[in-house]
Design a protein around this ligand. Structure first.
Ligand code: NAD
Length: 508
C-alpha cells in the first residue's frame, strides 16, 4: 500500500558479530554439555544476530540443584533485606549503564523498534529499584488477644525455588516484572527466556555476577519449552512457577505443576476492548486506539485489538483511526524514528494474515491494510496497519488473539450493550473506557471483567500498580505489592507464654 509511512533507512549500527548467549548456572557461564546451539535470524534484517546455547535436562537439573542449595543454606533468604536490596539496586545501575547494548540485541531478535527497546530496558531498571524498596517492607501480623497465656505471630517467608518462564514479545521487561520481585522476597530462581529472544536474559547474567549476587541465587537456562521449561515445571525441588506466555501453554503448565502441587502464577493472553462513548474526546481516543493496536506490532498481551464504539460516532471514529494509522512510522527497527517494526517469525505472520483472510471470506470489510508488507532493503516480514469493520462477535478475528497490527471494530447503542460486548470474551486482561462522564467511566470500571481498566488513557503502567488477568488471562498478580506477595509464604507461630498447658492425659 503506497500511502503508508514506511521508513527504510537505518540510523543505528549493527553489531560486529552475533551475540553468544550462554547459560548462567551456579554463578558460571557455560555452553551446553552436548554443544547444542541455535541461531536467531533477525526478523527485520534476515541475518544471524545471536547464537544461543540450547539446554537439555543436564543443564536444567544443574540449575535447579544450584537454586535449591542456595535457598536451603540461607545464603540469600536469610541475608538481611537491606543487603538484598543493595544488590538489586546495583543490578539496576548496571542495567541502566548497558541500556544501548541491551536495546540493540532486543531489537534485532524481536523486531521491535530501537526507541521502544531503549524505553523497555531503561524502564526495567526502575522495576528492579522498586522491588529493592519492597524487600525491606516484609512483615506479618501479631495476635495479642488470644488469652493471657498465648500469643500468635504470622510470619512471611520466601516461598523457595521459583521457576521463571518468559515469552518473546517483551523479553527484558517481563523478566524484570518477575525476577527482582522474587529475589527481593528472598527466593532463589531458575529462569528460562523464550528460545526466540534469549540474549538480553543471558546478558543479565553478566550484571548479576558483577553486582555480587551470590552464586546459585539466580540461574539462567536457555532452550526450548521442552525439555527445559517442562522440567522447570515438574521438578520436585521447585516450589513455584511464574509463567508469562500463551493461554495454551499456561494450561499445560498448570497441569504439569499440579503433580507436585507447586504454586503457579500465570500471565496469559488478552483480547482487550477499548469502549468509546459518544461524549468522549474522540481525537484523544483515536490516538490511544491507534497506539493500542500498533504498539509492538500488535504482538502484545495488552493490545487493544477490539474497539467497541458507539454507533453514532463509529464512522467518524474509524475514519480518524484510519487516517492516523497512515501516519504511524512503520519500517526499519534500527532507526530511532521508527514506531512499528517487524513480525517475530514468518509462521506468526502467516497466522495473522490467516485471521484477516478468514474474516474477509466471512464478509468483513477491510478499511485499511490487510496484507503482508515489505520494507525496501529489509524484506517482507512486516504487516500493514489493518482496520477491519463489519465483523460479528462470533468471528475468530474478534474472539482470538490475532497478535498483530489488526484492529477490529464493533458498535453498540447502550451502556449495557457495550459492557456485555466488552465482557463477551474468554479473556479478561485489560479494558479501556472513553467518556467525559465520570459516572459512565465508573460504572464501566465496576462491571467490566478485566485485571486492569484504563479510563481516558491506554497502557499507562507503574511498578506500584499490580498487573494480571481475570478469566483465561491468568491467575495471580505481578508487580506492585500484590505481585511481590506472590513470592511470600505465610507461617503461623502459636506460642504459649507464662503458664503451663492444661494436661490432655488424665494421670490422676
Ligand atoms: P508461548 O506460550 O509459546 O511461550 C512462552 C514461554 O513458554 C517460552 O519461553 C516457551 O519456550 C515456554 N514454553 C513453551 N512450551 C512450554 C512447556 N510445555 N512447558 C514450559 N514452558 C514452555 O508464548 P509466546 O508465543 O512466547 O508469547 C506470546 C503469548 O504470551 C501471547 O499469548 C501473549 O498474550 C502472552 N503474553 C502475556 C502477557 C501478560 O502479561 N498477560 C505478557 C506478554 C505476553
Amino acid at each position: 500500500m503506497s500511502d503508508l509511512n514506511i521508513l527504510s533507512e537505518q540510523t543505528v549500527d549493527m553489531p560486529d558479530a552475533p551475540y553468544q548467549a550462554r547459560h548462567f548456572i551456579d554463578g558460571e557461564f557455560a555452553q551446553s554439555a552436548d554443544g547444542q546451539k541455535s541461531d536467531r535470524v533477525s526478523p527485520s534484517h534476515g541475518v544471524v544476530v545471536s547464537q544461543a546455547a540450547l539446554g537439555s535436562n543436564v543443564e536444567t537439573e544443574a540449575a535447579i540443584r544450584s537454586a535449591r542449595a542456595a535457598f536451603d543454606d540461607g545464603r540469600w533468604s536469610r541475608l538481611p533485606a537491606k543487603d538484598r536490596a543493595a544488590i538489586l539496586n546495583r543490578i539496576a545501575d548496571l542495567i541502566e549503564a548497558n541500556v544501548e547494548r541491551l536495546a540493540v540485541i532486543e531489537t534485532l531478535e524481536s523486531g521491535k523498534p530501537i526507541s521502544q527497546a531503549r524505553g523497555e530496558c531503561g524502564g526495567a531498571a526502575d522495576l528492579w529499584r522498586y522491588a529493592a524498596s519492597l524487600a525491606r517492607t516484609v512483615h506479618g501480623d501479631s495476635h495479642n488477644a488470644l488469652g493471657d497465656d498465648m500469643m500468635g505471630v504470622v510470619l512471611k517467608e520466601p516461598i523457595g525455588v521459583v521457576s521463571i518462564i518468559t515469552p518473546w514479545n517483551f523479553p527484558f521487561w517481563i523478566l524484570s516484572q518477575k525476577l527482582p520481585f522474587a529475589l527481593a522476597a528472598g527466593c532463589t530462581c531458575v529462569v528460562k527466556p523464550s528460545e526466540v529472544t534469549p540474549s538480553t536474559t543471558a546478558m543479565l547474567g553478566e550484571f548479576l555476577q558483577e553486582a555480587g549476587l551470590p552464586a546459585g541465587v539466580c540461574n539462567i537456562v536457555l532452550g526450548y519449552g521442552n525439555p527445559v521449561g517442562s522440567l522447570m515445571t515438574t521438578h520436585e525441588d521447585v516450589d513455584m512457577v511464574t509463567f508469562t506466555g500463551s493461554t495454551a501453554v499456561g494450561k499445560l503448565i498448570t497441569k504439569s505443576a499440579g503433580e507436585t502441587l507447586k504454586k503457579v502464577a500465570l500471565e496469559l493472553g488478552g483480547k482487550n476492548p477499548q469502549v468509546i462513548f459518544p461524549d468522549a474526546d474522540l481525537e484523544q481516543a483515536a490516538d490511544a486506539v491507534t497506539f493500542g493496536i500498533y504498539f509492538n506490532v500488535g504482538q502484545c498481551c495488552n493490545s487493544s485489538s477490539r474497539v467497541i464504539v458507539h454507533e453514532d460516532v463509529a464512522d467518524a471514529f474509524v475514519a480518524r483511526v484510519v487516517a492516523l494509522s497512515r501516519k504511524v512510522v512503520f519500517g526499519n527497527p534500527m532507526n530511532s524514528d521508527t514506531q512499528v517494526g517487524a513480525i517475530v517469525t514468518t509462521d506468526h505472520q502467516a497466522k495473522i494474515d490467516g485471521y484477516v483472510r478468514q474474516a474477509v471470506a466471512a464478509g468483513a470489510e477491510v478499511c485499511l491494510g490487510g496484507h503482508i508488507m515489505s520494507v525496501p532493503g529489509l524484506g517482507t516480514q512486516f504487516y500493514e496497519p489493518t482496520v477491519v469493520r463489519g465483523v460479528t462477535p462470533d468471528m475468530a478475528i474478534v474472539r482470538e488473539e490475532v497478535f498483530g497490527p489488526v484492529l477490529t471494530v464493533l458498535t453498540f447503542k447502550t451502556l449495557d450493550e457495550a459492557i456485555a460486548l466488552a465482557n463477551d470474551s474468554t479473556y479478561g486482561l485489560s479494558a479501556g473506557v472513553w467518556s467525559e462522564n465520570i459516572h459512565t467511566c465508573l460504572e464501566f470500571c465496576r462491571r467490566v471483567q478485566a485485571g486492569t481498566v484504563w479510563t481516558n488513557t491506554w497502557m499507562d503502567g507503574f511498578p506500584e500498580l499490580t498487573f494480571g488477568g481475570m478469566k483465561q488471562s491468568g491467575q495471580g498478580r505481578e508487580i506492585g505489592k500484590y505481585g511481590f506477595e506472590e513470592f511470600l509464604e505465610v507461617k503461623s507461630l502459636v506460642m504459649r507464654i507464662g503458664r503451663k498447658r492444661a494436661p490432655w492425659v488424665r494421670t490422676a
